[in-house]
Structure formats: C-alpha cells, structure tokens
Ligand binder design. Structure first.
Ligand code: 2RA
Length: 340
C-alpha cells in the first residue's frame, strides 16, 4: 500500500537525510508531505527526482497521513505529533520529547525491535550517541552480560544541526584563507583547534543532559534498569561522524576471540581492527571513512587493563555517521518495521 508520509522538519540536516533514506530503504511512499515553519513555505525539497512543495507544519497538515517522521525540536514534536496520531498517523520521532515516556518505545532495530509491539502511535528514535555506542555494545551484552560502561564521545558538529556544520566549515575556511570569518561564532561553535567538553546543560551530579542520555536511554533500550554508565561527551571539529571510546565490564568472563567474533557477526557493525595493517583505513575506524554510510565501525578491541578481572572487561573504539545511523537511517528502519 502506498503511504502518505510527512516529514516534520523537512529542511534540516536530519529531515533532508530522511528523504534519501526513504528512497534507499524503498519505503512505499505514495504522497510525501515535507513540513516546516511558515518561512519555508514556497520552497521545495527533491524526492525521487521530483520537486515537492513544502507545507506549513500545523495540525491539519497531518490529515490523511499514514506515517510521520519527526525531525524537529522537542517543543514542536510535543505540540504536533500527538495531533498527528489523533488523525490516524504513526510517528517516529527523533527529538528527545518522548524518549523517556513509559508509554513510548525507544528503539534501535538491531536491539529491541520487539518493543514496537506496544507502541501507542509514537515511537522514539534514540539520541545519536546512544545509537552509535549501543549497536556494538548489545552483542557483547548478549555474550557476557554488561553491568557497567565508561564512555567518552567525540561528537561531530552535525549534532548541532546545519548551523553547527556551517559554523565549522566557515571557521575552517577562515583558518585556511578564503571567506572572511562571519560574525563571531557562538562559543560552542568555535571548534577549530579546540574541543568543547559540554553538550547540553548540566543535568545531574556534574553530568550534562547529553551524558545522562547514554545511561537513561541505554537502560530503557537494553531493558537493563541497573545499568551504570559514566559518560563524557565532547564536541570535536569533525563534520558528521561521532566517535566513541567505550569500556565495558561484564558479569561473565569472556575471551577476546569470542568478543571479536560477536562483533564481526553483529548486525549493523563493521569490525575494522588491525593495528598492524599498512593502511590506516584498515587499522581502525575513522570519521573520514564512516561518514555517509550506515554501519557502526568498531576497532581497537582490547582488554581493559584497569579492570582487576581482565577476563570481564573490554575496551573498544567505534565511529558512526551521526546524521544517518545516528538519526535518519535508524528512524526510517523503525518506520519500515512499523509499516511492513
Ligand atoms: C548532539 N546528540 O550531538 C546531540 C543532538 N544531536 O549535539
């Protein structure tokens, strides 16, 4: 059945990527409704080679919609997505608005697709750093039972949307000549030759809201209410791939061979782990290789030397595209499961 599909926030980085993912994943779209603020009305987006007019995002825009992909901020999602559901649509939302709502499944298809069975109209897409860290963690949890995680993230400018990417590109141009630096960039965007160890505001005990997401969302997605995570989230001068250094503690002892085998077989994972390889691209994951593709690349797999019981610990490095698997691809994978 051809679907009427709305994208709420169709002009942003994630909304634009969702258009491409709908086509790539062959979602049967009969009518596309790109929705954005009134100031975007009159503009168009290109979908399957055709220009489609942008409509204003308001409740009546959802009449007759089968599926809504939410790529807007928390407030707009909270205001409009329940309206879309009331009008008969199912919504997959990339904002944080509904992620921790007990009535709303929070889903990474490789981990907890079964949770889709209890949705009541809205399904939440997890935070990008959560998706990128948990896709490789889940197969290791199944192997040996994860009890705690220590994670440092190196998050791309794309996490701050188009403005974040534009600011980084402008600063890089200014550094290497070319366009003059536009008006002084907001502090958080002054990234070139700097790192910002803050994403989001302080939320709990010195942790930022971005850092608490990995524990809060990880507990919900993996059904591990006791999971403990210490996370440090850092904004780095990289365009669109997030990288993460992950250390896990297991309940059961497990060999490195079993760990590598589990990662190599895991859905959504590409194992790139050979420090002796001649070419750096074969040695370990790097953002330059993981951008604009959908797998989470994993490497630097090794024992956690800080764990007194080495057989129950592992450290690894992973990279993934923040706009794709970190947001749009995961959301469209969920939508495809809902509509199949
Ligand atoms: C970030 N995860 O990277 C947040 C929102 N996309 O800024």
């Amino acid at each position: 059945k051809a679907l009427t599909v709305a994208i709420l926030g169709a002009t942003g980085a994630v909304g634009t990527q969702m258009l491409a993912c709908l086509a790539e994943q062959e979602v049967p779209v009969g009518e596309l409704r790109p929705l954005a603020s009134a100031r975007s009305v009159g503009k168009t987006v290109v979908f399957q080679g055709k220009e489609v007019a942008i409509q204003e995002a308001k409740p009546e825009a959802f009449d007759g919609c089968d599926l809504v992909l939410g790529a807007a901020g928390d407030d707009i999602a909270r205001e409009l997505l329940p309206e879309a559901v009331r009008r008969g649509a199912v919504a997959v939302d990339n904002s944080h608005a509904f992620r921790m709502d007990p009535q709303v499944p929070l889903v990474i298809p490789e981990i907890n697709a079964d949770d889709l069975s209890w949705h009541q109209g809205i399904v939440a897409n997890p935070n990008c750093a959560t998706i990128i860290g948990l896709v490789p963690t889940w197969p290791l949890h199944k192997l040996a039972g994860v009890s705690r995680m220590i994670v440092s993230t190196y998050q791309a400018a794309s996490g701050a949307g188009e403005p974040g990417m534009a600011a980084l590109e402008a600063e890089m141009k200014a550094l290497v000549g070319g366009d003059s630096m536009p008006a002084p960039q907001a502090f958080a965007a002054q990234l070139v030759s700097n790192l910002i160890p803050q994403i989001g505001g302080e939320q709990y005990a010195g942790y930022t809201s971005e850092e608490m997401k990995l524990q809060d969302e990880g507990r919900k997605i993996m059904h591990l209410p006791e999971l403990r995570v210490s996370c440090t989230c850092v904004r780095v001068p990289v365009l669109r791939s997030h990288s993460e250094s992950v250390t896990l503690e297991f309940e059961r002892a497990v060999s490195l061979e079993e760990i590598r085998e589990a990662l190599d077989q895991a859905p959504g994972v590409k194992l790139v782990d050979d420090l002796g390889a001649a070419d750096a691209h074969d040695r370990f994951p790097m953002p330059i290789d993981t951008s604009d593709q959908d797998l989470i690349w994993v490497g630097r797999v090794r024992r956690d030397l800080s764990n007194p019981d080495e057989a129950r610990g592992v450290s690894f490095w992973c990279c993934g595209d923040q706009i794709r698997k970190g947001a749009a691809t995961n959301a469209v994978q969920i939508a495809k499961l809902l509509c199949s």
